[in-house]
Design a binder for this molecule. Structure first.
Ligand SMILES: NC(=O)C1=CN([C@@H]2O[C@H](COP(=O)(O)OP(=O)(O)OC[C@H]3O[C@@H](n4cnc5c(N)ncnc54)[C@H](OP(=O)(O)O)[C@@H]3O)[C@@H](O)[C@H]2O)C=CC1
Ligand SMILES: O=C(O)CCC(=O)C(=O)O
Length: 463
């Protein structure tokens, strides 16, 4: 029997060990290929910088240019979305799907509808998603999509017509074994219903393509809660690994959407005090902490009607609303940015440090600017990057895909337990790859753990 060469990147063969990797040359090439795509370059730099020691000592990774290959999406689909508003006027938006890397499974990642959506934002999200999905241990490639459509102030019927027009093109490029989109900012249960309904009509099949579906048509219990709950499970594991616990801690949360509200709900269940929520208009602060009923009220307000948090001041005793302000100047133990990319700046990070914050765990994707990230990491504050701490959502999506493939149905308690286990395994992977003495570098740990899985597959495929 001929010996089969192992391709595990954490165990390079003697002849493959070489120190000749020039990261700045690689980054120069990536920058010149993606000029002006700031968010994308920020994400690439953040991941690439933590992989140099792994790539430096394995010539196969250098020869096959594995990291650089991951920075060029498999394909990007760009399309026009034409729809009619309530006044009978024609509206035109731009739609995209970035299929970043399908090496370890069907492309998987959410759809975002927001005026700030552009190709740089979607490429960064799809790139991050590729690493995140690898971390879950489930067979999912990375993708992301969306449109520069602004749903604020639009009627329900306008949202429906937009979703249908978006799917009229997208359906050609997705499928249960090809690409399985889900929700992201401004794409929740209602939008997934409209998108999936149109997809099903166009394809004449019940395939489960799209996750985050309603429970009556193939959705999974716990998917709605999974990102926020998973964030708190990861935070608990992180505190536990440092001989601490979440009970009794004060927490700042930004955002008031799916991730923020379910993180708040779980944190309160575990006896933490959630002091803030925020939205694009400002921050709502209750110094004694939100109650579970107040979180339910905000869920109703934000997820159903999209009204500003300011409306809560009249309803909640002791609540203050600071217009145009982020929550990060308020004294607390823990910070959970759960709104959007680059929402937490260097000045915010300085305030967190001065106020003695012990942990920052990202619910949103890349919510900290590069400068804020540097400051937090150097301060040795416990810091969980989104690709690890918010991976619970896509992990549950993976479990929804399995249920659909088996024409089966999951149960809430069992799936919640599975979510906890998956977040625990991601934490273990971060620890294995990121432990440095007593300190765990979760950024390095998450990036290296994910890269090792992706590189194994890409090396196996050849060029
Ligand atoms: N949904 C999921 O399963 C997952 C989501 N994520 C990430 O989590 C983040 C939040 O997503 P999700 O909760 O689903 O989205 P939602 O649309 O449900 O909520 C987004 C929230 O963030 C606020 N927000 C959006 N943009 C800004 C801004 N520029 N400044 C301040 N606040 C802002 C919104 O305020 P307003 O109401 O005023 O618009 C809203 O409260 C995103 O980064 C997303 O990529 C990550 C993993 C999975
Ligand atoms: O569930 C999914 O497929 C997507 C989740 C997502 O968009 C994310 O993890 O950022």
């Amino acid at each position: 029997m001929p010996r089969i060469k192992k391709t595990k990147i954490d165990a390079p063969l003697e002849e493959n060990k070489e120190k000749a990797y020039n990261w700045s040359e690689v980054m120069d090439r990536i920058e010149s290929r993606n000029k002006g795509e700031d968010e994308f370059l920020q994400a690439v730099r953040e991941i690439g910088e933590t992989l140099t020691d792994v790539i430096e000592c394995d010539k196969r990774l250098q020869d096959a240019r594995i990291f650089e290959r991951l920075t060029v999406p498999d394909r990007i689909i760009t399309f026009r979305v034409c729809w009619e508003d309530d006044d009978g006027k024609v509206q035109i938006n731009q739609g995209w799907r970035v299929q970043n890397c399908g090496a370890i499974g069907p492309y998987k990642g959410g759809l975002r509808f927001h005026p700030s959506v552009n190709i740089s934002v979607l490429k960064f999200l799809a790139f991050e998603q590729t690493f995140k999905n690898a971390l879950t241990g489930l067979p999912m490639g990375g993708g992301k999509g969306g449109a520069d459509f602004d749903p604020s102030g639009r009627s329900n019927k306008e949202i429906m017509r937009f979703c249908q027009a978006f799917m009229d093109e997208l359906h050609r490029h997705i499928g249960p074994r090809t690409d399985v989109p889900a929700g992201d900012i401004n794409v929740g249960s209602r939008e997934i219903g409209y998108l999936y309904g149109r997809y099903q009509r166009l394809t004449n099949s019940f395939s489960g393509t799209l996750t985050g579906k309603g429970l009556s048509y193939g959705g999974s219990p716990v998917r709605v809660e999974a990102t926020g709950y998973g964030l708190i499970y990861f935070l608990s594991d992180m505190l536990d690994a440092h001989l601490d616990k979440i009970g009794g801690k004060t927490i700042l949360i930004s955002g008031a959407g799916n991730v923020a509200l379910h993180a708040a709900e779980k944190a309160i269940q575990l006896n933490a005090k959630v002091l803030t929520l925020s939205d694009s208009k400002g921050t709502l602060h209750i110094s004694t902490g939100f109650s579970a009923d107040q979180i339910d009220f905000v869920k109703e307000l934000k997820l159903r009607s999209g009204t500003s948090l300011e409306a809560c001041v009249e309803k909640f005793e002791g609540a203050k609303f600071s217009a145009g302000k982020a929550p990060w100047h308020i004294k607390a133990d823990i910070a959970l940015p759960c709104a959007t990319q680059n929402e937490l700046h260097e000045d915010h990070a300085k305030s967190l440090k001065q106020n003695g914050v012990i942990a920052v765990a990202e619910g949103a994707n890349m919510p900290c600017t590069a400068q804020a990230t540097k400051l937090i990491r150097e301060s040795k504050i416990l810091y969980a990057p989104g690709k690890a701490s918010n991976a619970g959502g896509v992990a549950l999506s993976g479990l929804e895909m399995s249920q659909n493939a088996a024409f089966g149905k999951g149960d809430f308690e069992a799936l919640d337990e599975k979510l906890k286990q998956i977040m625990g395994r991601i934490h273990d992977d971060c620890k294995t790859h990121g432990k440095n003495g007593k300190h765990i570098d979760y950024v390095k740990g998450a990036n290296q753990a994910a890269f090792s899985k992706l590189a194994d597959a890409l090396l196996a495929f050849g060029i």
